[in-house]
Write a protein that binds this ligand. Structure first.
Ligand code: FAD
Ligand code: SF4
Length: 328
C-alpha cells in the first residue's frame, strides 16, 4: 500500500476544504476503500475520515419523507423504526448485504460509492481494465464474465454495481444530498449513478470534492407493499446474481402503480420503466400478463459467454417479486 496522510474531519466545511488537496479521498467505514488501497487499485495521498461528522441521524422531513444521514451504518439503518416498517424494501435490501460485521462498519455514503466487484478491476495483474486504466481494454468481455451486466453495458465496460441498498433506493425514488466547493445540491437517485458508455471510470454525477451528506426518502405510502428479492449463489454473504426491489400499490385486484428496480444486472441500479408501464392496470390474477410485463424489460438484455443465464433469471426474478408482493 502506498503511504498517505490521514485526518479526522470535525465538520462538513472542513471535510470539503480538505478534499481539495491532491488525491484526497473521504473515508466512511473503509470496508471497500481500504481493500482497494491494499490491492493498489486506489492510491489516495490523503484520507479524510468522516466518522466524527454529525451525519448519523435519521429524521422525519416536513413533507412526510425521511432524511438518512450519510454516516449511519447499514446495520443501524436497517433496524431504525423510521425505516424498518415504512420502508421495508430498504431494510430488507440492507440486511441481505454482506455480513453483520461489515454492515456494522459500512455507511450510507460509502455504500452508494462502493466500486464494482469485477475481478479484472480488483487485480492490477490484469492490464486490461478501462475502469482502472482508461483506454486499456476490458478483460471481462472475452474473459470470465459470470457476474457481469446484461443491461446497459458498453463495448468499454460490462461491470455491474454491486450494492443491494442502492436497488431499493432506486425503487423508492430517493434523492441524494451533496455538499461541495460549489455549495449544496440534490441529485435524484436515477441520475446519481452512470452507465459506462465510453467512460466507465466515471461512475457517478458527483463533482470532484463533493461529499454525500444525506439521502432523502419521499413519504412512504402506508398502503403500498414492498419487498427486496435477492438471488445469489449462497443464502448469505454473497453479492446478487440478480435482485429486485419493488414498491407496488394495489387497487383491488389490479396494480395501480409499481416502481421496480433490478440489481446485479447493470453498471447502476436498473430502473425497470418498461415493466412498470406494463404492470400499471394489470390484474394480479393474470400470470400471462405478468410474464409479458417482465419480458417488456428483459427483451433489451444481452448476456455474454458465462452470464447468459442472467437473462432468464432476471425475467423470473421480476415475476416472482410481483407475485410475492401482491400475495403478502
Ligand atoms: C466481503 C464483502 C462482501 C460484501 N457483500 C455485499 C453485499 O452482498 N451487498 C452489498 O450491497 N454490499 C456488499 N459489500 C460492500 C459493502 O456494502 C461496501 O463495502 C460498503 O457499503 C461501503 O461502505 P463504507 O462506508 O465502508 O465505504 P468506504 O469503503 O469508506 O468508501 C467507499 C467509497 O465511498 C467514498 N465515500 C464514503 N463516504 C462518502 C461520503 N459521505 N461522501 C462522498 N464519498 C464517500 C469513499 O471515498 C470511497 O471512494 C461487501 C463488502 C465486502 C468486503
Ligand atoms: S468490465 Fe469494466 S471493470 Fe471489468 S474489466 Fe471490463 S472495464 Fe474493467
Amino acid at each position: 500500500m502506498k503511504s498517505f496522510t490521514y485526518e479526522r474531519a470535525t465538520d462538513v466545511a472542513g471535510a470539503i476544504a480538505a478534499a481539495q488537496q491532491g488525491r484526497a479521498r473521504f473515508l466512511g467505514g473503509g470496508t471497500n476503500l481500504v481493500d482497494l488501497m491494499k490491492m493498489g487499485v486506489e492510491e489516495p495521498s490523503h484520507l479524510i475520515d468522516l466518522k466524527q461528522l454529525s451525519l448519523r441521524e435519521v429524521r422525519p422531513l416536513a413533507d412526510g419523507g425521511v432524511r438518512i444521514g450519510a454516516m449511519i451504518s447499514n446495520a443501524e439503518l436497517a433496524e431504525h423504526p423510521l425505516i424498518a416498517g415504512p420502508y421495508r424494501v430498504l431494510s430488507e435490501a440492507l440486511l441481505s448485504g454482506a455480513s453483520p460485521q461489515l454492515r456494522n462498519r459500512a455507511t450510507t455514503g460509502g455504500n452508494l460509492l462502493q466500486r464494482t466487484r469485477c475481478h479484472y478491476f480488483y487485480d492490477p495483474a490484469f492490464s486490461a481494465c478501462n475502469k482502472r486504466e482508461p483506454g486499456s481494454g476490458c478483460g471481462a468481455r472475452e474473459g470470465y464474465n459470470r457476474m457481469h451486466a446484461i443491461l446497459g453495458h458498453s463495448p468499454q465496460c460490462i461491470a455491474t454495481h454491486p450494492s443491494d441498498m442502492c436497488v431499493a433506493l432506486a425503487a423508492l425514488e430517493a434523492v441524494v444530498q451533496v455538499a461541495g466547493p460549489g455549495g449544496e445540491r440534490s441529485i435524484p437517485f436515477d441520475e446519481f449513478h452512470r452507465l459506462p458508455e465510453t467512460k466507465p471510470e466515471v461512475e457517478t454525477t458527483l463533482k470532484p470534492g463533493e461529499l454525500i451528506t444525506a439521502v432523502d426518502l419521499p413519504r412512504a405510502d402506508g398502503k403500498a407493499r414492498s419487498l427486496y428479492l435477492k438471488v445469489r449463489d449462497r443464502a448469505s454473504y454473497a453479492f446478487a446474481l440478480v435482485s429486485a426491489a419493488l414498491v407496488v400499490q394495489l387497487d383491488g385486484r389490479r396494480i395501480a402503480e409499481a416502481r421496480l428496480a433490478l440489481g446485479g444486472v447493470a453498471h447502476k441500479p436498473w430502473r425497470c420503466r418498461r415493466a412498470e408501464a406494463a404492470l400499471r392496470g394489470m390484474s394480479v390474477d393474470d400470470p400471462t400478463a405478468l410474464t409479458r410485463a417482465a419480458e417488456e424489460e428483459i427483451a433489451q438484455a444481452r448476456g455474454f459467454r458465462h452470464n447468459q443465464f442472467k437473462v432468464e433469471l432476471a425475467r423470473r426474478t421480476i415475476v416472482r417479486a410481483v407475485q410475492l408482493a401482491v400475495a403478502a
